[in-house]
Design a protein around this ligand. Structure first.
Ligand SMILES: NC(=O)c1ccc[n+]([C@@H]2O[C@H](COP(=O)([O-])OP(=O)(O)OC[C@H]3O[C@@H](n4cnc5c(N)ncnc54)[C@H](O)[C@@H]3O)[C@@H](O)[C@H]2O)c1
Length: 320
């Protein structure tokens, strides 16, 4: 059991706190906004109940149990007191992160590992010199209590032992860490997702297909193979000569990065900003966001459990 401090209790922070708690760690959670910190309790309880109902958390994990495993604290000093790992999950602005890292330098135990959840910032230049030895990125995906991938990036001066500690901790919690050789914005999965996003927005803006048809192509075409094969094992099954011929034919031109999409602009202007507003590409207004999140999580749990049963192709080439 390690003592974990999670700084920032928003979309990611409260959910990461829950993962560490379920992993058997003692967690302290804080947020500069007291209302967000208060709200985090209910969000963790709701996510925990979904996990318990789906068999992904032990049934004896009640709200009372959770309150013992994750305590909420108003001050940073109290939150990081005695912390072995500090998860930084605050807003994605360099100034805010720089200020926080300076405060942590003052308040945190000298050997605490600093693990930033940044989506796209090279945070290492923002970390004070004295903390570089224990600074790394551990980037989670939402919802982190269901999506197992965690991208790990060591800072330029990070002690390999600090990275190994965090990697081992992730593995012990059932996560799937990948250790990247260097920081690149978007890591691996989000870069690929960004490429898909560009393509989808272009198809919509050009009126090639509707949102329903595009999602049908993904769900019934791409998605069935992806969980079993990934992209590269799928290429092995297709045959690499075809991959080479497709490249040589130059039949596909990726969309250019225009920095905006007419469809997206129109939706946002109309207040259709996604599930929380009741509509986005789809009209979700028949159900509350809570009900929709729960419905999503239930399906993700069922898929995870099925995939665990089925297994992936990666690794099979050596075992059979
Ligand atoms: N939302 C995602 O899907 C996602 C996924 C992976 C990584 N991230 C990254 O995680 C981080 C947090 O993102 P989020 O989506 O949870 O944002 P969020 O806005 O939901 O939460 C951020 C929280 O940080 C708090 N905060 C700001 N400054 C603070 C400070 N100095 N001390 C304590 N709390 C402070 C805010 O009050 C807010 O509640 C960002 O770096 C983001 O890029 C987000």
């Amino acid at each position: 059991m390690a003592r974990i401090a999670v700084v920032g209790a928003g979309t990611m922070g409260h959910a990461i706190a829950l993962v560490f708690a379920l992993g058997g760690h003692q967690v302290r959670l804080t947020d500069s906004n007291p209302a967000t910190l208060a709200k985090a309790q209910g969000l963790m309880e709701k996510a925990l109940a979904t996990l318990v109902a789906g068999g992904e958390a032990p049934p004896d994990w009640t709200s009372a149990h959770l309150s013992q495993a994750v305590t909420r604290h108003e001050t940073l000093a109290e939150t990081v007191d005695g912390a072995e790992v500090i998860v930084e999950a605050i807003i994605e602005t360099p100034e805010a992160k720089r200020t926080l890292f300076a405060e942590l330098d003052r308040l945190a135990p000298p050997d605490a590992i600093l693990a930033s959840n940044t989506s796209g910032l090279d945070v290492f230049p923002l970390v004070p010199a004295a903390r570089q030895r224990r600074a790394l990125i551990a980037h989670w995906y939402t919802p982190p209590y269901l999506v197992d991938l965690v991208d790990l990036v060591a800072g330029p001066e990070c002690d390999p032992a600090a990275l190994a500690t965090v990697r081992d901790m992730m593995v012990a919690m059932g996560k799937q860490p990948i250790v990247m050789k260097k920081f690149v914005p978007g890591y691996v999965a989000n870069r690929i997702q960004a490429a898909i996003g560009l393509e989808v927005q272009q198809l919509l803006d050009d009126g090639v297909a509707t949102p329903e048809e595009i999602d049908a192509a993904i769900v019934h075409g791409l998605a069935l193979r992806l969980p079993i094969l990934g992209v590269l094992a799928k290429a092995d099954f297709t045959g690499l000569e075809l991959s080479r011929a497709i490249l040589a034919n130059k039949g596909y031109t990726p969309p250019s990065v225009r920095g905006h999409s007419e469809t997206l602009d129109r939706l946002v202007k109309a207040g259709r900003t996604g599930v929380l507003s009741g509509a986005g590409y789809y009209d979700w207004s028949g159900k509350s966001p809570e009900a929709l999140f729960e419905a999503r999580d239930r399906r993700l749990i069922a898929l995870k459990q099925a995939l665990r049963e089925i297994g992936t192709m990666a690794g099979l080439e050596r075992s059979e």
